[in-house]
Design a protein around this ligand. Structure first.
Ligand code: SF4
Length: 254
């Protein structure tokens, strides 16, 4: 398992999709807080599974501290291509995410206009109006969709109570120019058998993203019943997805 990020900024790291990326962690540093508890999460199982931040506000970084650290990084000589919201859980759970995103957008425009701002989200943020509005400050939004139906969604992502699969897909389908990310896994649960893939491709057709990025597991995972999808199978699923949806599927593996 990976250790939790220990501060607000981490990296820059070489990312499989984003070149050199400076990570921003808006979640606590001493425990994992997320609205999902994915079977494959590299940070291990979620300690606090919730959409409600009221008991956790004091454990989250303040708006002013985040902007100060990002400004320092933008003024430094350290090179990076992206600033990426990611970290120990779901970034849009931070109540000040809209103000933080707006502030970073303004700093980026002023200090390093070539750097792009990315968001890696598990998609629960799209259920909240203010978070959807904040997407105007994100250049490259990535949203997680690992399943094509509610039953498999609950088995793979194990969401906090109140999170409904179809509401997420409906909200995603109203957004323009988004990227979808999917972790594929065999074993139990599996999202690569024929019926799981058929439902998944239907959901991708509803969303009409700009691109779908599919991943295999590349690190140890907390649930020992799931297995890595082999590179040849990832290629085959990417081709099938492309043929059935007309949308570009890009496979990523190590
Ligand atoms: S959404 Fe991301 S951080 Fe949260 S449990 Fe899933 S993989 Fe881990």
């Amino acid at each position: 398992m990976l250790s939790l990020q220990s501060g607000i900024l981490y990296g820059p790291i070489a990312s499989r999709r984003l070149g050199t990326s400076l990570g921003i962690n808006l979640m606590p540093t001493t425990y994992k807080l997320c609205s999902f508890n994915c079977v494959y999460c590299h940070y291990g199982f979620t300690d606090r599974l919730t959409m409600d931040m009221k008991d956790h506000m004091y454990d989250l970084p303040h708006l002013g501290d985040v902007l100060r650290e990002v400004e320092r990084a933008l003024r430094s000589s350290t090179a990076f291509d992206y600033i990426t919201f990611s970290g120990n859980g779901e970034p849009t759970l931070h109540r000040d995410f809209p103000e933080i995103a707006a502030g970073i957008h303004e700093l980026r425009n002023r200090l390093r206009p070539r750097v792009r701002i990315a968001l890696l989200s598990n998609s629960t943020g799209v259920l909240v109006r203010d978070m959807r509005r904040a997407l105007r400050y994100i250049d490259v939004p990535y949203f997680k969709v690992d399943a094509g139906n509610e039953v498999l969604f609950r088995r793979i992502n194990r969401p906090a109570s109140g999170v409904v699969f179809d509401e997420i897909i409906t909200r995603l389908s109203r957004l323009k120019d988004i990227y979808i990310q999917t972790v594929l896994m065999a074993g139990d649960p599996s999202n690569v058998d024929a019926s799981a893939l058929a439902d998944y491709f239907e959901v991708i057709k509803r969303i009409q993203p700009r691109e779908v990025q599919i991943y295999s597991l590349d690190r140890p995972v907390p649930d020992m019943h799931i297995r890595r999808v082999q590179p040849a199978d990832l290629d085959r699923i990417a081709e099938q997805g492309n043929n059935e949806t007309g949308i570009v599927f890009r496979p990523f593996y190590l």
